[in-house]
Design a protein around this ligand. Structure first.
Ligand code: AMP
Length: 510
């Protein structure tokens, strides 16, 4: 018997098995009226109502619905209300500049746009057939009492398109199918021991690779979702204490925030010997891993993956063979990106690039066959990361692609270079990431000015970037140079430009 794997399986199970359980504790401090606590039965009702609204708006199966929102119960519901009835959810990074959001809405062909009340200005600034403001327009989005048109379910259908900054100036839309999401969610949940006793704190933005799949994983197990709108170390600890949180996912910058919060926390750290923190986005320093385990008393789990891989590729978690090792050696072991997850095959090619095959690798880049062909050449997904594969474990050592990872978000160097080059005083520019304790990597621009133009200073160039790019993509540091290292053919030698900043580091990513 063949039964298609769809994201509805997660919600259906929760409704059947845990209808009266609290499904979601919405963020109390948000511009829209908080949904407070809702049960799984109610989450199911709201997802159905949203699907019925999309029927009434005439959005066909396969039609795209974009949503730009901070973490919220409304966004969480949309993962089911949109994808569960065959439409495609396009969760957009709320930090992007208007021009970037406009591009994504247009490129994805979204017919409906849902925006956070803090981003109400998008209603006028982004063209879309129907735009609704979350909270203000709730009765229009979640007001329908009709039964949605049933969807037969197709595991090969695209469920989400997640735009990611890669190696190109424009973001690419990663098409993930129901099957991709289903297998990522279940394998991830299994290997991270997610159960119906879990309480999940959304420290990770839900738009980012669909919150790594935990909207589905936690729902399928009937775990409770605690929505967090804004990351703050002390607030994370408070929510863990208040709601009995048992697991969370975070980029290394969030781990640092939690450690900082713990410094001024009075009394026992919440979640000691209970919480598991799952970290990815960049290789966490060994000392950070030690501190999480010692100072917070939380289990440390690392995963490695990309938006394109839904994201789980590898996991690094304590295993029996390491029990007798001293805590430092255990942390060193946990510092590797991890061992391939069940169903994931990995190899390192001749150039040192990490390649992967799995059932959660992307279907394609939306409307971008060239990029798809490159990324999936030879039936392997090319991660753009450099690393090693020894004793069953992958270690990420450097990056083949021109991407900077700052505060857990990908930034294409080319995109920043494009923005800087559009300033008349800039003759040449190279944008690189340099190691930074807070951000992991700090976006740094090396600039050669055009002597014939009106000179510009660091602040002027950063202000110029802000007109074109999201704030987090703008350089935090600018150095003026007389020239930039190039090859004989005129290609920028980025590795040479990066070298002095990375001296003394054993890997070239942070
Ligand atoms: P994104 O698609 O935005 O989730 O970014 C994926 C990229 O983040 C990967 O290609 C890696 O460069 C980086 N990354 C994710 N997890 C890890 C990890 N555990 N260690 C090192 N780099 C990582």
């Amino acid at each position: 018997m063949f039964y298609p794997l769809t994201v509805n399986d997660f919600l259906d199970r929760a409704i059947t098995v845990y209808p009266d359980r609290i499904a979601v504790v919405d963020e109390p401090n948000q511009p829209a009226e908080s949904w407070g606590e809702i049960t799984y039965a109610e989450l199911g009702r709201r997802a159905r109502s949203q699907a019925a609204t999309l029927d009434e708006l005439g959005v066909p199966v396969g039609g795209r619905v974009a949503i730009v929102s901070q973490n919220s119960a409304r966004l969480l519901t949309s993962f089911f209300g949109v994808s569960g009835w065959g439409r495609v959810l396009v969760p957009v990074n709320f930090r992007l500049a208007v021009a970037e959001i406009r591009y994504i809405v247009e490129h994805s062909g979204a017919e409906v746009l849902l925006v956070d009340p803090d981003l109400r200005h998008l209603v006028d600034e982004v063209d879309c057939k129907r735009t609704f403001v979350l909270g203000e327009d709730d009765d229009k989005i979640w007001g329908s009492k009709a039964d949605p048109e049933p969807w037969a379910g197709d595991e090969g259908a695209t469920a989400t398109i997640n735009y990611t900054s890669g190696t190109t100036a424009r973001p690419k839309g990663v098409q993930l199918t129901h099957r991709n999401l289903w297998l990522n969610a279940t394998v991830f949940g299994w290997q991270a021991s997610v159960s119906d006793r879990d309480v999940y704190l959304h420290t990770l933005p839900m738009f980012h690779a669909n919150g790594w799949g935990h909207p589905y994983t936690a729902t399928g197990m009937g775990a409770t979702h605690i929505v967090l709108r804004q990351v703050d170390g002390t607030e994370i600890l408070k929510r863990i204490e208040k709601h009995g949180v048992t697991y969370l996912c975070a980029a290394p910058a969030v781990v640092t925030a939690a450690l900082d919060g713990a410094k001024t926390w009075e009394g026992e750290i919440p979640g000691r010997d209970r919480v598991r923190i799952i970290v990815a986005g960049a290789p966490p320093p060994t000392r950070t891993i030690e501190r999480v385990r010692e100072e917070l008393g939380w289990e440390f789990i690392q995963i490695y993956g990309l938006t394109e891989t839904a994201p789980l590729l590898t996991m690094s978690r304590m295993r029996a063979e390491w029990d007798a090792l001293d805590p430092h050696q255990q942390a060193v072991n946990l510092g590797r990106a991890g061992a391939p997850a069940v169903g994931v095959r990995m190899m390192i090619d001749d150039e040192g690039e990490v390649l992967a095959q799995s059932n959660h690798n992307l279907e394609a880049y939306w409307e971008n066959p060239e990029a798809t062909a490159d990324a999936l050449a030879g039936n392997w997904f090319h991660t753009g990361d450099g690393g090693t594969f020894e004793d069953g474990y992958i270690t990420i050592a450097d990056r083949k692609k021109d991407v900077i990872i700052t505060g857990g978000e990908n930034v294409s160097s080319i995109e920043v270079e494009d923005a800087l080059s559009s300033h008349p005083a800039v003759r040449e520019v190279a944008v690189i990431g340099i190691p930074d304790d807070k951000w992991g990597e700090l976006i740094t621009a090396l600039v050669v000015l055009d002597p014939d133009e009106e000179p510009v200073d660091e602040a002027g160039l950063i202000a110029h970037c802000r007109e074109h790019l999201a704030g987090y993509k703008c350089p935090k540091r600018i150095e003026f140079r007389d020239e930039l290292a190039r090859t004989a053919t005129g290609k920028l030698q980025k590795f040479k430009l990066r070298q002095p900043f990375w001296e003394g580091h054993d890997r070239q990513v942070n």
